[in-house]
Design a protein around this ligand. Structure first.
Ligand code: NAD
Ligand code: DAU
Length: 337
């Protein structure tokens, strides 16, 4: 058995990764380390808690990370403060977890000679103009916009430096916007689905022309497993599902339609300060070198099937999100969002 330490495994992508791994990869023995911040939810792992080891703790705790990493083979590092809007209100937790936390993991990985896969984002590249046909590649220069994306860029730079300076065995992936089950309802897609389920109109920032290159979380996690199995140490891989023709307005209209509302049953609210315009990912390297293909695709928006599955999940799991709904909406209302 290969021992896998998954940081942030009670968060959105991390918990989906744990479910995916338990279901499809019996060769791994799994430990999750998670601080259970407002974004972490142990209930996301409830049905598989007997199949994993769960440790509640902070990735900034060097002693704890030493103990856990010494006793593992591979670290998959998802833990982060992840929400742009929060980083505009209070940047410090982002600096602490994303930079100091990643540094702490790197030092433990270096001390014990273990393999690391670092999970990152397309936001490190900044944004493209709305009419720019280019896509981000592994060699696009970093140009982050928000406190969140700049701390993720900082964490990527640390990983690159530890690879080059200390020769650690690490890979990095930069993925576009994920959607799917277990995503915190502060985020765009689950916020709108749970709004409709709560009889609140969905909220579109500004004009809604912004483009996010949406990918289903299972497609992201399948790519991470491929990188663990076949990726070249020291390399970075871009992960994206070619949805860069879909803007926020189209997504919100599709959600309204799929949930039986009129296409325009939503309202425009204040825009996000410094709002990135367009992300677009060129995942050719992952596709040609490792043979990855997204499973959730369709001819119209590339998202219909994945959105239907996600809507069904939030509809059937209201106890997972209901308790947070009022406070999330109250916090947005203060910003006119
Ligand atoms: P999330 O906010 O849903 O989950 C983050 C998890 O990390 C939570 O369970 C939280 O409790 C935990 N955590 C936070 N600080 C911690 C600390 N100091 N110690 C231990 N655990 C801590 O985030 P997510 O959307 O699942 O994102 C996971 C990773 O993927 C992040 O690194 C993010 O930058 C990256 N990413 C996210 C997306 C996306 O669309 N959500 C896209 C690309 C990359
Ligand atoms: O691109 C990858 C990134 O995607 C990840 O690195 C981040 O961790 C993740 O949170 C996500 O960042 P975004 O800021 O793009 O995601 P968010 O869900 O907050 O917003 C998606 C888009 O929808 C963005 O253009 C803002 C807009 N939006 C968001 C909310 C919450 C709305 O129009 N209305 C909303 O209510």
């Amino acid at each position: 058995m290969t021992k896998l330490l998954i940081t942030g495994g009670a968060g959105f992508i991390g918990s989906n990764f744990v479910h995916y791994t338990v279901k499809n990869k019996p060769e791994y023995e799994i430990t999750v380390i998670d601080k259970l911040t407002y974004a972490g939810n142990k209930d996301s792992l409830a049905t598989i808690l007997d199949k994993i080891t769960f440790v509640e703790g902070d990735i900034c705790d060097r002693e704890l990370m030493d103990t856990l990493i010494k006793d593992t083979d591979i670290v998959v590092h998802f833990a982060a403060e992840s929400h742009n809007d929060n980083s505009l209100r209070e940047p410090w937790p982002f600096v602490e977890t994303n930079i100091i936390g990643t540094y702490t993991i790197l030092e433990a990985v270096r001390a014990h000679g273990k393999r690391l896969h670092h999970i990152s984002t397309d936001e490190v590249f900044g944004d493209l103009e709305l009419d720019d046909p280019n896509r981000f590649t592994e060699s696009t220069p970093y140009n982050p916009s928000s406190p969140y994306s700049s701390t993720k860029a900082g964490s990527d730079m640390l990983v690159r430096a530890w690879i080059r300076s200390f020769g650690i065995n690490a890979t990095i992936s930069n993925c576009s916007n994920n959607y799917g089950p277990y995503q915190h309802i502060e985020k765009f897609i689950p916020r709108q689905i749970t709004n409709i389920l709560s009889d609140i109109k969905p909220k579109l920032y500004g004009t809604g022309e912004q483009v996010r290159d949406w990918i289903h979380v299972d497609d992201h996690n399948a790519a991470v497993h491929l990188i663990l199995e076949k990726g070249t140490l020291g390399e970075t891989y871009i992960i994206g599902a070619d949805n860069d023709h879909v803007n926020n307005k189209m997504v919100i209209e599709l959600i309204c339609e799929l949930m039986g509302k009129g296409k325009d049953w939503y309202e425009h609210v204040n825009d996000r300060p410094g709002h990135d315009l367009r992300y677009a990912m060129d995942s050719s390297k992952l596709r040609t070198e490792l043979g990855w293909e997204p499973r959730y695709t369709d001819n119209q928006t590339g998202m219909r099937d994945g959105l239907l599955q996600t809507i069904e999940w939030y509809t059937n799991n209201q106890s997972w999100w209901k308790a947070d709904k009022d406070s999330v909406e109250a916090s947005y209302a203060k910003q006119g969002q």
